[in-house]
Design a protein around this ligand. Structure first.
Ligand SMILES: Cc1ncc(COP(=O)(O)O)c(C=O)c1O
Length: 287
């Protein structure tokens, strides 16, 4: 079955789907995006993703002429037409196509594109047993990384550095503070307390992060939303990361140094159980 993409109201073969060369997303990174997990054919945490998407549009003053209802229907239709039950859907909205000029165009409608890719979520369950390694990189990003824009060059370079080092992720460090990963939120566990950077302008407010906090609190686990240093992370009992495509993964090495025992810890394991139970509750999916 050929892969299909959605471009401004039309579903078409991915190979032919395109935007104009003067799309502002391409020229300026003047675009926002969302990535949602689809398991058992159902979109996980759709409502929070929609809320974040609308907030990001509002922050940048981009007007999308598609309401939530039709957007939801179109997203579901694209998923169904692609025929995958385990996949991710990528949605991107740029300010539109216009003659290149930094200031906003006055009459360009936003461009909405969506793509769907098969995704193996079961691999994330297997990785719970081994954990993954991260390296650290300087946080070179702009000051509003809470807005999920396509301007991801600093994230791209950090992720490439991680890949070249044989690590899964790069944790972005500003001064002494660990902010988050290049495409994931960062967490540590110390003396039973689960610690992650607070929201604000210095991290992306991850949907998986938010879900984890609610699940942890619901299970009477202690969560602290506060900045933590790299030294704290190095001396933590456990560490883990979270994102839509990796809802929870134990971090067992940071810059080559073992975290705690160097194996996935019990608090992370408990959170993983809560997380995947929540996935099953919402979507019916089980590994
Ligand atoms: C920089 C950054 N932080 C955190 C996340 C995790 O966010 P979410 O849980 O919404 O996938 C992402 C996801 O793309 C990201 O790019």
């Amino acid at each position: 079955m050929p892969q299909l993409a959605y471009v401004n109201g039309r579903i078409q073969p991915l190979a032919q789907a395109s935007l104009h060369v003067e799309d502002r997303g391409t020229q300026f990174g003047d675009a926002i995006y969302e990535v949602c997990a689809v398991l058992n054919g159902r979109i996980l945490d759709w409502q929070p993703h929609l809320v974040r998407l609308r907030r990001n549009l509002g922050e940048l003053g981009i007007t999308l002429g598609v309401a939530d209802g039709p957007l939801t229907l179109q997203a579901r239709r694209l998923i169904e037409r692609n025929g995958h039950t385990e996949c991710i859907i990528y949605m991107q909205i740029s300010r539109g196509t216009a003659k290149r000029d930094h200031a906003f165009p006055s009459d360009a409608p936003a461009n909405l594109v969506m793509t769907v890719r098969r995704f193996d979520f079961a691999q994330r369950i297997k990785q719970l047993a081994t954990g993954i390694a991260v390296i650290t990189q300087p946080d070179n990003r702009w000051g509003r990384v809470d807005i999920k824009t396509t301007g991801l060059l600093a994230n791209v370079l950090a992720k490439q550095a991680a890949k070249e080092a044989g690590a899964f992720e790069a944790w972005l460090v500003s001064g002494e503070t660990v902010r988050e990963g290049s495409s994931t939120n960062a967490w540590i566990v110390k003396d039973g307390r689960i610690i992650t950077h607070p929201t604000g302008t210095a991290i992306l407010p991850g949907i998986a992060r938010d879900s984890l906090i609610r699940l942890a609190q619901g299970a009477q686990l202690m969560v602290e939303e506060r900045p933590f240093t790299l030294a704290e992370a190095m001396h933590a009992d456990e560490a883990f990361l979270s994102s839509t495509t990796a809802p929870i993964l134990p971090v067992v090495r940071i810059d080559g140094q073992a975290v705690g025992s160097g194996t996935p810890g019990p608090v992370t394991a408990r959170l993983a159980e809560l997380t995947w139970n929540e996935v099953a509750r919402q979507t019916g999916w089980r590994a």
